[in-house]
Ligand binder design. Structure first.
Ligand code: KG4
Ligand code: ZN
Length: 356
């Protein structure tokens, strides 16, 4: 009963995810992570990630099907992340997705990873209002977008980061502070015991002459490095909690300030914050406060749907199928550095662009 059942596969970094979506509803999703295997290297090791995907692919897909109470024969389409991401990791997910689609005799759709992050929110809060401003904050990307129909219209970039992504800044500073990988959650935890006003970290690109929607986080990372060095040189203990709280405050302040400015300038009443860094408690709290006082609706996915997962890819696949998009050819390949222009990464699989 109901509309087509879509299986989504995600394997662009260190999470192997499988999710099942029908008519915009999440039926089940399962994520396996190789995070612990990378921890001692302080960052994701591509070969280790690819190998872990190979081990996890079948069990993760099988478990997602079991949890949804479905057999493989009930799947009507497969959607898979074809980029951006780590090449070897993407290859494993795509090869697996192709085999499932071929074996089940169903169409395959290649999906942009970041469009998946955007679509994650629809699984909990329903279809996105048009237009909406989307702030994507992940380990590799920081962008402010103007989104209309996610699968039909081109995605308009209002601003992007000029250097590091917000998550990358958290990960790198966490390392400087001696916190474990991944840095974002570790900074979030450490910040609970710190004073956000203890260090006056800069608010990059927030001056009157600056691009209102562009981001830059490498200066913030350098400021944190200098501050740590200053303490160590004097033989003093580094107040890690204060540094974490102040850094988190600076990042949350810049992100939400620019996102709110974009909503006001484009007269948009809904802000959607997605990606791994949307799991940050201070980013969530500050976005909530600022949106409430500006009369803007804030939408943030549940924590488990903020970080990489297969449900978000299934959500894009479900939208593509329901929009009548043509499937991708079976020789579709990965695009590790795909720019975010359309939700679908295979031109064939895009529904006709709306003319308004
Ligand atoms: O979206 P995601 O899972 O993977 C990418 O597509 O990059 O994002 C991962 C990023 C990492 O940089 C991680 O440190 C950050 O999200 N992150 C957080 C939190 N949870 C994950 N950053 C700050 N606070 C958190 N609670
Ligand atoms: Zn991601």
């Amino acid at each position: 009963m109901g509309g087509p059942v879509v299986l989504g596969i995600e394997s662009s970094c260190d999470e192997t995810g499988a999710g099942i979506v029908q008519d915009g509803r999440l039926l089940a999703h399962v994520v396996a992570t190789s995070m612990d295997e990378h921890a001692r290297f302080g960052g994701v090791v591509p070969e280790i990630a690819a190998r872990a995907h190979l081990h996890s692919f079948n069990p993760v897909v099988r478990q997602a099907l079991d949890r949804a109470g479905l057999r493989i024969g009930r799947i009507d389409a497969v959607a898979v992340t074809t980029g951006p991401g780590l090449s070897g990791a993407l290859q494993v997910g795509l090869a697996g997705a192709k085999s499932v689609a071929y074996a089940a005799g169903v169409p395959l759709y290649g999906v942009h990873h970041l469009a998946g992050h955007v679509a994650a929110d629809t699984l909990e809060h329903g279809p996105l209002p048009e237009p909406c401003v989307v702030l994507i904050v992940s380990g590799g990307h920081t962008s402010l977008l103007l989104v209309r129909d996610l699968v039909r219209d081109p995605i308009l970039h209002l601003g992007d980061t000029l250097d590091d992504a917000a998550g990358e800044c958290f990960d790198k500073v966490a390392r400087l502070l001696g916190l474990p990988y991944p840095g974002g959650p570790a900074i979030d935890r450490a910040a609970r015991g710190g004073d956000p006003k203890a260090v006056a970290f800069p608010r990059p690109l927030t001056g009157p002459g600056d691009d209102p929607y562009a981001f830059s986080f490498s200066g913030l990372k350098t400021a944190a490095a200098r501050w740590v060095e200053h303490h160590r040189r004097r033989g003093a203990e580094v107040p890690v909690a204060d540094a974490a709280a102040a850094l988190q405050e600076a990042v949350a302040d810049v992100l939400t300030r620019k996102a709110l400015a974009a909503c006001r300038a484009h007269d948009v009443k809904t802000l959607v914050v997605v990606g791994g860094v949307a799991a940050n408690s201070r980013v969530r709290a500050l976005a909530e406060r600022r949106c409430a006082s500006a009369g803007i609706e804030l939408r943030v996915p549940a924590m488990t749907l903020c970080t990489d997962n297969g449900a978000m890819i299934a959500a894009v696949g479900d939208l593509l199928v329901r929009a009548g998009a043509e499937p991708a050819p079976l020789d579709v390949s990965i695009d590790p550095s795909a720019p975010l222009e359309y939700a679908s990464l295979t031109p064939l699989a895009r529904p006709a662009v709306r003319i308004t």
